[in-house]
Design a protein around this ligand. Structure first.
Ligand code: SIN
Length: 279
């Protein structure tokens, strides 16, 4: 069967059919997948049954893997795999609980944000726990000209130190995380290094705008964060076990949505790809 790229009928996202990504793939096939990724921003592969090694090997086709902190959240023996999970076995959490419950792009508060991420769903709750993805090219394109002019050459301050307790009240801010995530300034509009397109670059770790007073900056960020995730920019992914979803952090945001994590288990493996400093 030839590879097929089937758009998801949403402002971003396509399903890829006709290729088994658990096996090594040739350059031509990879070229199709890569082109589809740049065009659709989020790719869905169904019924993926692979080993952690195969997950890592496929991820590496897109770039070097990034090791997430805290290291203790990663799969034993496979630090490239970040475990997003509320599962507890023998009294020990298997991964990070409530990771990404809020709009963001991976590593947006790091000096070098991540290029992409690839989640494989191993266990999902019977209801809820979907992931939302928003298209930041469309968010930028749709902004009024005066807003574009206002933010085009501005940077926003992203702070893990100030906001960790807001987004991760259930997890300590460890010395390891503090050391690896100093405050950082990133442009509010960024150029994708491969497509050359401009996208809006905001998210939940931004807390100040360079050159604006605290109140004005916070109001602008609140307005842009609301704008960025309007329904016309968003795709909702309802997971099935075996789904592998790859997204481009350079032009999207995503948000894991809550589920009843006292009663049900959700267990995902995520690889993360090294990026470049946004410009
Ligand atoms: C994340 O990578 O931010 C979490 C996404 C998810 O668990 O759906």
């Amino acid at each position: 069967m030839a590879i097929e790229v089937r758009p998801l009928g949403a402002p971003l996202g396509a399903e890829i059919l006709g290729v088994d990504i658990s096996k090594p793939i040739d350059e031509a096939t990879f070229g199709h997948i890569h082109a589809a990724w740049l065009e659709h921003l989020v790719l869905l592969f169904r019924d993926v049954d692979w080993t952690p090694e195969a997950h890592i090997a496929f991820t590496r086709r897109f770039g070097a893997t990034h090791i997430m902190d805290p290291i203790s959240a990663n799969l034993p023996g496979h630090p490239e795999i970040y475990v997003i999970s509320n599962v507890v076995r023998d009294g020990k959490p298997l991964g990070i609980k409530r990771a990404g419950w809020g709009w963001h792009s991976d590593g947006e508060e790091k000096e070098v944000p991540n290029k992409g991420s690839l989640i494989h769903a191993l266990k999902i709750p019977p209801a809820d726990g979907d992931t939302l993805f928003a298209n930041m090219y469309l968010a930028w394109d749709g902004l009024p000209d005066e807003t574009k002019a206002k933010i085009k050459d501005r940077r926003a301050l992203r702070s893990r130190l100030r906001l960790h307790h807001v987004h991760y009240p259930h997890l300590p801010l460890t010395a390891e995380i503090k050391a690896r995530r100093p405050d950082v300034l990133h442009p509010m509009a960024r150029t994708h290094p491969e497509t050359g397109r401009t996208s809006l670059f905001v998210g939940r770790w931004a807390c100040e705008v360079e050159g604006l007073g605290a109140e004005e900056g916070a109001a602008l960020l609140a307005e842009l964060n609301q704008w960025a995730v309007r329904p016309e920019f968003v795709y909702r992914h309802q997971w099935r076990v075996g789904d592998a979803v790859l997204w481009d952090n350079r032009c999207t945001q995503h948000c894991a949505t809550p589920f009843d994590d006292e009663r049900f288990e959700r267990h995902m493996h995520r690889t993360t790809i090294e990026g470049l400093r946004p410009t």
